[in-house]
Design a protein around this ligand. Sequence first.
Ligand SMILES: *Cc1c(COP(=O)(O)O)cnc(C)c1O
Length: 368
Amino acid sequence: MTAQNTGSPPDSSVSNPYWSPVVQRLTPYVPGEQPRLSNLVKLNTNENPYGPSPRVLAAIQAELSDALRLYPDPNAERLKQVIADYYAVTPAQVFVGNGSDEVLAHIFHALFQHPDPLLFPDITYSFYPVYCGLYGIDCATVPLTQDFALRVADYLRPNGGIIFANPNAPTGCLLPLADIEWLLERNRDSVVVVDEAYIDFGGDTAISLVNRYPNLLVAQTLSKSRSLAGLRVGLAVGHSELIEALERVKNSFNSYPLDRLAMAGAVAAFEDREHFERTRQAVIANRVKLTAALTELGFTVLPSAANFVFARHPQRDGAGLMDILRKRGIIVRHFRLPRIDQFLRITVGAPEQNAALISALREILTGG
Ligand SMILES: *Cc1c(COP(=O)(O)O)cnc(C)c1O
């Protein structure tokens, strides 16, 4: 079993004279636990409780052949075309990579190394500062408001780029598209990246703005709303010159980030709109129910447009609650970080998983 994930940095006193200096200084990202026990109620890494489309599985099966001896298409042309058609852009406006984490790494490398600092919220996806460490990018955090809202006016200052997740992680809060456009109108000299890992669960994609703002780049993943975290496919959509920057980095790093199986599966995932729509709506309905049940138990639940909720109980310590739940076989995520250390991030599971969580919490909170 992996170490408990606390969100705190690993031991940085470990070092080795063979290591490059940059490695000695790295503070790697710590992903949520992937336990080997299968009887756990796993609500800690925002995976989709509904499986991927059967058409995805069939497409991957069909790709399992002697053709695996051949390298995959380094330019992922078919997948880019399918994504371009889906979002009504051109294939030259689409980049794909091995999960959106890899796409984001290339974005940081290709577009954010500038004299002025990269700006992102103080509470955000905790991989952003990690990429800054890896690529030596100067960054500055911009505090969210007291109620965890992103105020775009706070970003109007010299910067070497702006990135935020929308809906935000780990709060789930959604920034309206009009606010993003307001910012793009006023921030013309640097790239604005919107990380839309959760957008399908409750927001409008900023991809509709890419033809009007050449400095806008939108990142998405198939891990959450398309239930393919295990396949590792992510994408970015923006002006073809931004995409070209990403292609240059990618082609200086790994020509084949997506294998044949991943590309076949990803194409089928975009083609099966019915499965996507049905499972997406089910997750949204489950989120509404879970939010109501947590509220009834006395939790404060932030308004979520994602496939998780961010909640705290006024009388119970966040880390303590996580530990008690874990002993009962229910894993949720807790971040030992300023401002949010009393919160739990709870993935919206299948109805029976959510019910198990609620009944465990009811017992814990009422001592019954
Ligand atoms: C899950 C997540 C990602 C990474 O997605 P992968 O495609 O699985 O690498 C990126 N950004 C945010 C905000 C996420 O929550």
